[in-house]
Design a protein around this ligand. Structure first.
Ligand code: ATP
Length: 238
């Protein structure tokens, strides 16, 4: 297409920021999260990917480590990785960590034209219909589902109804609009790493080398995080 054939809407689409959000417990952050984040950033040509720890995710048990410590480990894990941002905004909000509220904040910050993407793994996506106000998620953002080894999607009728006709074939189709689409991606380095297995290994004194960044391992060991099953009551900071 020549420049003269590009209409105003397409010009806007080309210049609007591309922003991603990857929320999670990050208890602790691991290379499955971080490598997925980098590959997603490149695949969608994002300007920025916000990685956002939830103080208390609504649909799961209490995280093992305090939110401030999980954020600190996330910052250590991201280090100077271009485009990734450890975003502690949910720690400043009272009440449950609803992703729709976080997306609304990002939408307000980046504007109506921004291509806003909420990314999540297949396991989390399977439960999307149970999330708080799931239709609102699509009113605010696109949803990108990352294939995760060992977690095939269990698609319920409610999830099917929620998805409707939203699914698109590829990233460029998704980025034509600011929100409302669904894309499934299989990223190059699919990793069968889970925080549950890392917590188990740390408790048992087994090696976690190459499952998470060395900076995260060092910080977790130095601060004696994840050595027991107990939730820290002393405001443990990583
Ligand atoms: P846990 O084992 O404690 O449930 P987790 O490893 O699943 O933790 P979360 O913090 O719950 O990590 O995950 C945050 C988000 O990252 C979720 O959307 C999850 O599906 C996704 N995710 C986690 N691990 C991977 C992985 N190895 N590959 C792709 N996505 C992942």
């Amino acid at each position: 297409m020549t420049r003269s054939m590009i209409g105003p809407a397409e010009t806007e689409a080309a210049t609007a920021p591309r922003i991603g959000m990857l929320g999670g417990t990050f208890d602790p952050v691991h290379l499955g999260h971080l490598r997925s984040a980098v590959e997603l950033y490149e695949h969608l040509a994002l300007d920025r990917l916000h990685m956002i720890p939830a103080p208390q995710p609504p649909l799961r048990g209490r995280p093992q480590v305090a939110a401030e410590a999980r954020l600190s480990l996330l910052e250590a894990g991201i280090g100077d990785t271009p485009g990734l941002y450890a975003d502690g905004r949910e720690l400043k909000r009272a009440g449950p960590s609803y992703s729709a509220d976080t997306l609304a904040e990002l939408r307000a910050e980046y504007g109506d034209d921004a291509r806003l993407v909420m990314a999540l793994g297949e396991d989390a996506f399977s439960r999307l219909a149970d999330w708080h106000d799931p239709e609102r998620l699509f009113a605010l953002a696109h949803i990108v589902v990352i294939a995760r080894p060992g977690y095939p999607i269990a698609q319920t009728q409610r999830l099917g109804e929620l998805i409707g006709q939203r699914e698109v074939a590829d990233a460029s189709a998704l980025m034509q609009t600011p929100h409302g689409g669904l894309l499934r991606v299989t990223l190059p380095s699919r990793m069968a790493i889970s925080a549950t297995e890392i917590r188990r290994r740390l408790q048992q004194g087994e090696s976690v080398r190459y499952l998470l960044p060395e900076a995260v391992e060092r910080a977790a060991v130095a601060r004696q995080l994840y050595q027991t099953n107990d939730y820290p009551t002393d405001g443990c900071q990583a």
